[in-house]
Design a protein around this ligand. Structure first.
Ligand SMILES: CC(=O)SCCNC(=O)CCNC(=O)[C@H](O)C(C)(C)COP(=O)(O)OP(=O)(O)OC[C@H]1O[C@@H](n2cnc3c(N)ncnc32)[C@H](O)[C@@H]1OP(=O)(O)O
Length: 539
């Protein structure tokens, strides 16, 4: 069976668009006139390696599909024969969160004339197990199994002829912990194997905000409620008979060190140490140690040089940089051309370097900071009002406004900052609109409005899309102090005058991050630009 997985998944991926449920029934005979019935399959150790392999192959050959291995028909119970119905895992069809529209099989036909009988038999079998759509279609897959022989030899060598007829040890109460951001193959393997090991209750500690503070690109982690919803849906599909308890984790241990009913904790090579720490704490708390069940880390065949080898949520998050995270809202009052990108981001986030890269790719860049400085020119409309509002001590000897002094008066003081921006934002906005009009007249396609506080100023009405650059606060402070020669305190005050990264990301169509080497930033910008061109062409 393991050897058939990749070819079967590849051919299934040609038929399926979204969710691929996998129901395992080795030896199922769909070619006889007798009814094919589901039976209980004992969870032998091979099943757990098969599950890992399935998700790891799925990541390689059909990464766009949401694959879920169903476990209702797995049970350690001895098969009772002749007692009528006790050996039926599906007394009534199980309802899945997405009703199957098509049922696929890799059952090999003995001759082509058999196909309609097999298709009928397959549909009946599927309908017996799961609630399917009334017009359930059936497809007989013909996976290309060409290289199976060679692989088979390899497989046998790997196994070294180990006997695996013994049942997998199972437990009444099993626990795991994690962030479960953007549920991927490695998470699903962990969850599936835990469900296989658990007979009664499965406790999941789900990391909450406090535990995510140091994660890479934490702003792109899905909100707790969404992660919870996805977990619940997945678990309900794969083994509805289990009792699930998903609890928020605000510290690393959660219920694992206080729940006396727990028997087993599922860990990976990387989290084994955490599992051992749990046991130490349990002993201190007078509780019995948990069995540590270790699963193998799944390799990510598509990982880049920069990324970790294993499938990881942080790699998945970094791949989101430069892509369209949420579609832009259509604004009927905005002229279609030029297409205007509002580029925002906290101080020190590398916004201006991104603007320059976009300029090199063909965009017209409008620097709002610079335009802001122009509004302070003596004789301008804003000049008088600013001096009136903030006093003559903001003036240099030559009568020009000393922006450094003005900055100290407003950063860290919400009311003063508002008084200033109430005066200058409308003026800057006029200048920005003028520049956009100029670009239009010159037939330019894309304008980038580089504006540090675009969202705070409510300028989203002026742009087609919002792009946001983010950087961890500590890195921003280092950059600001080095670049602008201001104190750490002043840098923090400036940052506190702006929306935090997470709030900006909530409003962003595209997010970029300049934390790594310049060529990594360049690749993000190129990706964002290429995808933007496609969007503009579509319009
Ligand atoms: C909607 C917009 O984004 S318009 C562009 C931003 N300009 C404004 O909001 C106008 C008000 N601000 C100002 O006039 C000036 O920033 C002053 C006078 C307060 C300080 O001037 P300077 O010392 O020359 O600093 P400068 O203008 O270069 O800005 C320094 C940093 O302050 C931040 N900043 C600017 N305005 C604001 C503001 N209103 N709120 C919070 N932070 C701001 C910027 O992010 C900038 O950092 P960055 O270049 O790393 O992005």
């Amino acid at each position: 069976l393991p050897l058939r997985i990749a070819p079967v998944l590849s051919s299934a991926a040609q038929v399926v668009e979204r969710t691929l449920y996998v129901h395992l029934h080795p030896g199922l005979n769909l070619g006889s006139t007798g009814q094919a019935r589901p039976v209980f399959i004992p969870p032998v150790p091979d099943v757990s390696s098969l599950i890992s392999r399935l998700y790891s192959n799925a990541a390689d050959v059909c990464g766009h599909l949401d694959v879920r291995v169903l476990l209702t028909n797995f049970r350690a119970q001895k098969v009772l024969t002749g007692t009528g119905g006790t050996n039926n895992p599906f007394p009534s069809p199980q309802t899945l969160s997405h009703s199957p529209e098509v049922v696929l099989t890799d059952f090999p036909l003995k001759d082509p004339g058999q196909s309609s009988l097999v298709a009928q038999c397959l549909k009946r079998y599927a309908g017996h197990c799961y609630t399917c759509t009334p017009k359930l279609a059936s497809v007989l897959l013909h996976p290309l199994l060409g290289t199976l022989e060679a692989e088979k030899q390899e497989e046998e060598q790997e196994k070294g002829g180990a006997a695996d007829s013994e049942l997998l040890q199972t437990y009444s109460d099993v626990v795991v912990g994690g962030t479960f951001d953007r549920l991927h193959g490695a998470h699903k393997t962990l969850l599936n194997i835990s469900c296989l090991l658990a007979n009664k209750r499965f406790v999941i500690g789900l990391c909450d905000t406090e535990l995510l503070k140091n994660k890479v690109l934490k702003e792109l982690i899905e909100p707790y409620a969404l992660r919870l919803e996805r977990l619940e849906e997945f678990l309900q599909d794969i083994k509805p008979s289990l009792q699930y308890e998903i609890v928020p984790l605000s510290e690393p241990f959660g219920p694992s060190i206080t729940d006396s009913d727990l028997q087993c904790i599922v860990v990976s090579e990387e989290t084994r140490k955490g599992g051992e720490a749990v046991n130490k704490k349990r002993l201190e708390n007078g509780l019995s140690e948990l069995v540590l069940y270790e699963i193998q880390v799944i390799k990510d065949a598509h990982h880049s040089e920069m990324e970790e080898e294993k499938i990881s949520s942080s790699s998945l998050r970094s791949r989101l940089l430069g892509t369209l995270l949420r579609p832009p809202k259509d604004n009927p009052y905005l002229p279609a051309s030029p297409y205007v990108i509002g580029l925002s981001g906290g101080s020190g986030s590398g916004k201006s370097s991104i603007a320059r890269r976009l300029e090199a790719l063909g965009a017209v860049c409008i620097d709002s900071d610079q335009l802001g400085h122009e509004t302070y020119r003596p004789g301008s409309a804003a000049y008088q009002r600013v001096v009136q509002e903030f006093g003559e001590d903001i003036l240099n000897d030559d009568g020009t406004i000393n922006r450094r002094v003005l900055g100290r008066k407003v950063f860290g003081n919400k009311e003063r900052l508002k008084s200033l921006t109430d005066i200058v934002w409308p003026e800057i906005a006029l200048l920005v609109k003028h520049k956009i009009q100029q670009a239009k007249e010159e037939g330019k396609q894309v304008c980038v409005v580089d504006a540090a506080v675009l969202l705070e100023a409510g300028w989203t009405e002026m742009v087609h899309e919002v792009w946001v650059t983010i950087i961890p606060e500590e890195e921003a402070v280092l950059r600001i102090t080095a670049r602008d020669g201001v104190s750490e305190e002043d840098a923090r005050r400036r940052l506190q005058s702006q929306w935090p990264n997470a709030q900006q990301v909530e409003h962003a169509n595209v997010v970029l991050c300049t934390l790594w080497e310049p060529d990594v930033t360049q690749r993000q910008v190129q990706k964002a630009w290429d995808l933007l061109q496609k969007r503009i062409q579509k319009r």
